[in-house]
Design a protein around this ligand. Sequence first.
Ligand SMILES: *[C@@H]1O[C@H](CO)[C@@H](O)[C@H](O)[C@H]1NC(C)=O
Ligand SMILES: *[C@@H]1O[C@H](CO)[C@@H](O)[C@H](O)[C@H]1NC(C)=O
Ligand SMILES: *[C@@H]1O[C@H](CO)[C@@H](O)[C@H](O)[C@H]1NC(C)=O
Ligand SMILES: *[C@@H]1O[C@H](CO)[C@@H](O)[C@H](O)[C@H]1NC(C)=O
Ligand SMILES: *[C@@H]1O[C@H](CO)[C@@H](O)[C@H](O)[C@H]1NC(C)=O
Ligand SMILES: *[C@@H]1O[C@H](CO)[C@@H](O)[C@H](O)[C@H]1NC(C)=O
Ligand SMILES: *[C@@H]1O[C@H](CO)[C@@H](O)[C@H](O)[C@H]1NC(C)=O
Ligand SMILES: *[C@@H]1O[C@H](CO)[C@@H](O)[C@H](O)[C@H]1NC(C)=O
Ligand SMILES: *[C@@H]1O[C@H](CO)[C@@H](O)[C@H](O)[C@H]1NC(C)=O
Ligand SMILES: *[C@@H]1O[C@H](CO)[C@@H](O)[C@H](O)[C@H]1NC(C)=O
Ligand SMILES: *[C@@H]1O[C@H](CO)[C@@H](O)[C@H](O)[C@H]1NC(C)=O
Length: 450
Amino acid sequence: MLFHKVLISLLCTVWFRAGHAVELDLNNLDSLRNATSLVAYGLMDYYNGLQYGQTIGMFSNPYYWWEAGGAWGTMIDYWYYMQNDTYNDIIMQALQYQTGVNNDYVPLNQSTTEGNDDQAFWGIAVMSAAERNFTNPPADRPQWLYLAQAVFNTMALRWDDQTCNGGLRWQIFVWNSGYDYKNSVSNGALFHIGARLARFTGNDSYVEWAEKVYDWMESVNLIEDDGKGAFVYDGVNIGDNCTKVTNLQWTYNHGLILSGCAYLYNYTGDAKWYNRTERFLEYAYVFFNRTVMFEAACQGVHTCTTDQRTFKAYFSRFLGMTAQLVPDTQHTIMTYMNASAYGAAQSCSGGYDGHTCGINWFYGGWDGYYGLGEQMCALEVMINTRALHVPGPYNSTNGGSSTGDGAAGTEQHPTNLSPLNITSGSRAGAGIITAIIGISIIACGLWLIV
Ligand SMILES: *[C@@H]1O[C@H](CO)[C@@H](O)[C@H](O)[C@H]1NC(C)=O
Ligand SMILES: *[C@@H]1O[C@H](CO)[C@@H](O)[C@H](O)[C@H]1NC(C)=O
Ligand SMILES: *[C@@H]1O[C@H](CO)[C@@H](O)[C@H](O)[C@H]1NC(C)=O
Ligand SMILES: *[C@@H]1O[C@H](CO)[C@@H](O)[C@H](O)[C@H]1NC(C)=O
Ligand SMILES: *[C@@H]1O[C@H](CO)[C@@H](O)[C@H](O)[C@H]1NC(C)=O
Ligand SMILES: *[C@@H]1O[C@H](CO)[C@@H](O)[C@H](O)[C@H]1NC(C)=O
Ligand SMILES: *[C@@H]1O[C@H](CO)[C@@H](O)[C@H](O)[C@H]1NC(C)=O
Ligand SMILES: *[C@@H]1O[C@H](CO)[C@@H](O)[C@H](O)[C@H]1NC(C)=O
Ligand SMILES: *[C@@H]1O[C@H](CO)[C@@H](O)[C@H](O)[C@H]1NC(C)=O
Ligand SMILES: *[C@@H]1O[C@H](CO)[C@@H](O)[C@H](O)[C@H]1NC(C)=O
Ligand SMILES: *[C@@H]1O[C@H](CO)[C@@H](O)[C@H](O)[C@H]1NC(C)=O
């Protein structure tokens, strides 16, 4: 009896040790690794794809499929920046399971919801896998570069000259609402992936494509420069010939274009792309409260949706890349990144584990918000403080070993790839661990009441 009491009280001190923010000292790599390993663990807490009845690669409701693509990209960054490969097998399995039969990240299961932007975020994850030289898939499986090219090519094939003189529609499928909207995240992602493929492969066709997308976005005023800098609006409707702009500004759109320009400058050396990089960076101040990052369009008014609560993660990631690719941006970006990372770390002091992250990084402690997005944002901003201490993105001849095919995705042919081999053992193991954790939390609750 006594033994049980001791055991329970021990467990409970672990679960309810609330109020201890993750401690962060950016001058000490050990401190950063310790802090981010807690945040990464909290992120992976939301992944139940290995449990019975769940789907590999997906985070469950309310997290849409696209957000999983975003989260795997974050986990690749975590591995790369923190040199921690704890989750690499899970990342590998997830990225391969969701490719769909045509290996282009349009899996049949998602046809009721998948838009160009959703597909793109998985494409962006595998592009990072190629550029960071993440472990390659088995030789008989599609490689990271191939997958990124297939995403790019299938998106490019959907370029729509019939309306508004060009542009990608938001949706892939006519039956999904939003098919008549041409938005910045879909077009910006095509631009962004094109810029990265150009630099990785050295194929200038991708530069031409990126240029075409950028010019079109400018032509319908999705991209503007107001004298204080350049920025990106949300989207335009086909109904009015793309003349009325929905003028919301999101961090992730800003980051997609900013970093795309940085890639193109780094690859082409063209002053035009340098200038554009600087112009977008100059305007980035609207997403910072002094120097702490926030989602300006929704955070202050407490209306950020589940999707929007992940945007700062991508913005952090894209800012980090920009600093790696265009040296003149480093001081500004790292000032923002350092301050935001400290803000995020002190917000990670909530929940039953005592280090759940919130949404407001200037709140002074945890603000009561929690979720996959909050974990992703805090993790990305913290690890990207290391952007200048690691090699920048590799290309295909200086460290990136991934292989591809310029025509990937353009010939649709269902393949006979067998489902990945998930042993029932690993599923059962995960189930047992979940059960033990669940029971111990309930036991703690009871013990506290008694
Ligand atoms: C990081 O964690 C390790 C292992 O728990 C510990 O020994 C070390 O002191 C920690 N370092 C810092 C700076 O917190
Ligand atoms: C790597 O990450 C895992 C999970 O977050 C953590 O348990 C482990 O301590 C980390 N290792 C290091 C060296 O930070
Ligand atoms: C598609 O959905 C089915 C049923 O939920 C699931 O068994 C399967 O693993 C899913 N496939 C993918 C690629 O998500
Ligand atoms: C990769 O980058 C190196 C410079 O770091 C450059 O010499 C090489 O041409 C690049 N490769 C391609 C394919 O562009
Ligand atoms: C639609 O706008 C484009 C400019 O973006 C213009 O060239 C075209 O003539 C317009 N079409 C119609 C039907 O108004
Ligand atoms: C940089 O961009 C701004 C705004 O588009 C433009 O006014 C300026 O002439 C450009 N400078 C160069 C050197 O291209
Ligand atoms: C900026 O942060 C301060 C606290 O440092 C807070 O009082 C203020 O409301 C924040 N501003 C916005 C726009 O969120
Ligand atoms: C960011 O923090 C690191 C670690 O403390 C420091 O080396 C770097 O100078 C800081 N950068 C800026 C711009 O504040
Ligand atoms: C391009 O990026 C690489 C990798 O981060 C960097 O070393 C190099 O200086 C950059 N090139 C230019 C022209 O800025
Ligand atoms: C990239 O991965 C390949 C294959 O694992 C390896 O041979 C190569 O050394 C790696 N390159 C770098 C720069 O880590
Ligand atoms: C270069 O990229 C274009 C555009 O995606 C593609 O059609 C072409 O096959 C690529 N060329 C090579 C040699 O890979």
